[in-house]
Design a protein around this ligand. Structure first.
Ligand code: NOJ
Length: 548
């Protein structure tokens, strides 16, 4: 690669979930000015990230906390005004930070004026903007087919007034748009152009694999699988043959890329879809035409702590995506925080962060990971997430999948009960603050060299300074130990090796590059350590060696 390498291949993205980041108005809800403050006080510019992904900031009844949009071209008044947004974008750009927005193309809120109009009558001019079907059976009260919603239950909801069913691949409050209707397509493209014209640097595309469904509404085949994995998409005893990754969805990705490629400077599209690399690869496009720039590979989000398994994921991604650029993450606003998945073990979290930030691909980190925020504990009465409230046969199964725990307010300091989330110390935030704010907060960690925050900052700094870590080719190395994951990164004559010890005891391995210096260790950060023919690693230690 050269200086022409696109920015999004080299960048580290940081996800902000605005509702839980920083509240400037004392209503217990994070907002845009709260984020601006974190640019102004240099927290974000000094972190070492290059781009921010903002979860949805548009008007919304907040039944799915912004993923149920009721106006694609405005700002949710709870979060601020368009002027605040413009200022945020300008300040971010002035500080060399890109901003990408979340774009939900699959559905709107059921309270979007388009849907209100669409459901008002069968002859509404917007009826065809959503996917309506007659029910089955003699009294037409059975869903049109067997399609299941991602969160379980039928993907069809009956509208009693007009006696037809509408499709919702996610929750009933999120009716699917009909992308075969050209007016819908035009409106959604206009919405994206609106933000691109303002200068946003791209979009994260919510559940992009579900945008189109089979035009003939054929039943999905049965399956034995309850949950999808990277090797198959089947879930809830069904194969999503007619509801996911349809040919038109792939074509749409190509068209979306053509749209953003009209803009300079270059913009980025990051797709969210389920499944391993073989399913994700078509969304990237083909030899003739490019599709999405990046697609999240979620393999790491449900991986056990095993060197071999991580190695296999990396190899799978390399061989399947070929010349397309991978995109990895450990956590986001839907997933149990990575550190908590591994028993709140800080050393393991550091090791895996070193992995994320040194393998080939664009890494996404989630707000709070940089201070080691743990998964929050949410009492039964505190549940806010609609998924957390789901019941099956009256049983509160949603409690096992609820996403509030990874969305608890950001912990800025320990001087007030709201951890500095709101300026007024008496304000109670929308979700409970974790009880560990005394040990886990930005203010405290700023002062300690050994903190998670300083670990992140030093590692991010090294990555920014070291071009081969951003762009180099990756080759997995065999260092004769099952508990060790090692790989080299090479770019022209620059070369280095990353060695990760996954075992809870020390480990000695042969140094693969003798003429090397240690440039980073998860345990000692950038302090120097003598490197000999044998590299001695502490339990869960990871190191970066650079060829001299
Ligand atoms: C994926 C988003 O990440 C999640 O938060 C949301 O609930 C669903 N898509 C539906 O939009």
């Amino acid at each position: 690669m050269s200086t022409q390498t696109p920015w999004w291949k080299k960048a580290v993205f940081y996800q902000i979930y605005p509702r839980s980041y920083s509240d400037s108005t004392n209503n217990g809800i994070g907002d845009l000015r709260g984020i601006i403050q974190k640019i102004e006080n240099n927290y974000l510019p000094k972190l070492g990230i290059n781009a921010i992904w903002l979860s949805p900031i548009y008007p919304s009844p907040q039944e799915d906390f912004g993923y149920d949009i009721s106006d694609f071209m405005s700002i949710n008044p709870e979060y601020g005004t368009m002027r605040d947004f413009d200022e945020l974008l300008e300040q971010a750009h002035d500080n060399n930070l890109k901003i990408i927005l979340d774009m939900v193309l699959n559905h709107t809120s059921h309270r979007h004026p388009w849907f209100i109009e669409s459901r008002s009558s069968r002859t509404s001019p917007k009826r065809d903007w959503y996917i309506w079907q007659k029910g089955k059976g003699t009294n037409v009260k059975k869903p049109p087919n067997n399609w299941k919603a991602i969160m379980g239950g039928s993907a069809w909801e009956r509208d009693e007034e007009t006696e037809e069913y509408y499709l919702h691949q996610f929750l009933p409050c999120q009716p699917d748009l009909n992308w075969r209707n050209l007016e819908v397509k035009e409106m959604m493209f206009d919405s994206m152009k609106f933000w691109l014209d303002k200068g946003v640097d791209g979009f994260r595309l919510d559940i992009i694999h579900t945008v189109f469904e089979d035009v003939e509404f054929r039943d999905n085949p049965r399956s034995f699988h309850l949950f999808s994995s990277h090797s198959h998409l089947d879930s809830l005893l069904q194969k999503p043959t007619y509801t996911q990754f349809q040919k038109e969805t792939i074509d749409l990705c190509l068209e979306l890329r053509s749209l953003v490629d009209e803009y300079t400077p270059e913009r980025v599209l990051v797709g969210e879809a389920t499944g391993g690399p073989k399913f994700l690869s078509p969304l990237y496009g083909n030899q003739k035409q490019l599709g999405l720039n990046l697609v999240f590979d979620f393999q790491f989000t449900n991986q056990s702590f095993s060197a071999k398994k991580f190695q296999n994921s990396i190899l799978d991604s390399q061989s399947t995506l070929n010349h397309f650029w991978p995109c990895f993450t450990f956590s986001n606003h839907d997933i149990v925080r990575m550190i908590s998945r591994f028993g709140n073990n800080r050393q393991k979290a550091r090791l895996l962060t070193l992995l994320l930030l040194t393998i080939k691909g664009t890494p996404f980190i989630y707000q709070g990971e940089e201070i080691g925020m743990l998964q929050g504990k949410i009492g039964n009465k505190q549940v806010k997430d609609p998924v957390g409230k789901l019941k099956v046969w009256g049983l509160p199964v949603g409690r096992f999948f609820g996403r509030d725990g990874c969305r608890t307010p950001f912990q800025w300091n320990s001087s007030t009960i709201n951890a500095g989330f709101s300026p007024d110390p008496m304000v109670i935030p929308w979700l409970p603050i974790s009880s560990n704010i005394q040990e886990i907060n930005v203010e405290l960690q700023h002062q300690s060299k050994k903190s998670m925050l300083n670990f992140y900052k030093e590692l991010l700094h090294i990555r920014q300074e070291t071009v081969w870590l951003q762009e180099g080719d990756l080759e997995v190395l065999d260092l004769q130990s099952d508990q060790c994951l090692a790989y080299s990164r090479t770019m022209d004559t620059d070369h280095g090796v990353i060695i990760l010890n996954f075992q809870k005891g020390p480990l000695n391995v042969i140094n693969p590059i003798l003429e090397s210096s240690l440039i980073f260790s998860t345990h000692t950060l950038t302090q120097t350590k003598v490197i000999t023919e044998v590299v001695s690693l502490e339990p869960f230690e990871g190191v970066i060696l650079q060829k001299k």
